[in-house]
Design a binder for this molecule. Sequence first.
Ligand SMILES: *Cc1c(COP(=O)(O)O)cnc(C)c1O
Length: 404
Amino acid sequence: MAGKRQVPDAQGRFGVFGGRYVPETLIAALDQLADEYARARNDESFQQELAALQTSFAGRPTPLYHARRLGDQLASGGGGPAVYLKREDLAHTGAHKINNTIGQALLTTRMGKKRVIAETGAGQHGVATATAAAHFGLACEVYMGAEDVRRQNLNVFRMELLGAKVHVVDTGSRTLKDATNEALRDWMESSQNTHYILGSVVGPHPFPMIVRDLQSVIGRECRAQCLELIGRPPDLIIACVGGGSNAAGIFYPFLADEQVRLVGVEAGGRSRKAGDHAASLCYGSPGVFHGALSYVLQDAHGQTMPVHSCSAGLDYPGVGPEHAYWKEQGRVQYTTASDDEALDALRLLSRLEGITPALEPAHAIAEARKQAPLMAADEALVINLSGRGDKDVQEVARLLGVQA
Ligand SMILES: *Cc1c(COP(=O)(O)O)cnc(C)c1O
């Protein structure tokens, strides 16, 4: 941002947020990663190799699609903005996650490491990691909670097809947060030959910065596409927020465009009650979780609370530290959409545009339904369509009480 200090600083701080709250044994691996990334970032050959992979392997650039029928519907009664969808659902493996995993896999090869590990919740990040590992011929092991393995068995098989080994984690709530703890534990012993491919803009420095930079390809493309299609940046950009990587990726290149409003949408779940949602920024408070200071859903003793969302990708009690910083600065507004609103939005987009979104970005579409009627006809609204809905069709059928 022009005239403002670059974040994070050398300590990995976004204002007071971020940093490194990890055991001493991980500091050397984090330092090595930060050094390697600093070199890669300024290395023409790294950037070229990454760009080539984004094109030939990941299918970039993804289109910016003018959703005319959705726009007409949202404006019903006159006026209303032009609505565009940034089509990350068309990226390889069906979501934005591949942008991060191919970039980190490329960094792994630069560090001379031969093995990668990852945590996964519903399995989407595990599949994207196994995909990138297969491309580079890296050994890949993925930690996944036993409860998630039960719910997402097909993704376990997909990872195995891609050559990965899946470790079932049987501790704690047997979900993503426990899988992350196990992956960190593995890395403490293996960092000599192993890179940990973290799945969102979370964790200790330098992960939030690296993942943000790798996902910023979304926003850079989107900005260029807006200039071409409408001759200027859009007036409003909406993205869903789990850990916060697709939102950070589309927001970051627009931060300096102060006239562009940015809105992040968290999982409002069933209600505002603790345990019924996963809205860390909206309903949580500052605390340390998975190696960084950010907003966390925690009880009075600092214990993380159970979370709920209809969408597995948003079901996380923390959020990236840069989002906490943007919230406190007032640069990004954060809000929630409920399970029911997301489900409705998924059906609406399917019917009107022939695009079934994942349940995660359906939260962003739900927010667009609230914002569009307040906007003028000469304005433009972009929704980050972070992933496709194929993975969620079975769950949607269950939620609607349909036999599928
Ligand atoms: C994993 C996932 C998310 C949530 O992760 P972020 O880091 O917040 O982007 C959102 N949308 C889709 C389609 C996902 O697979």
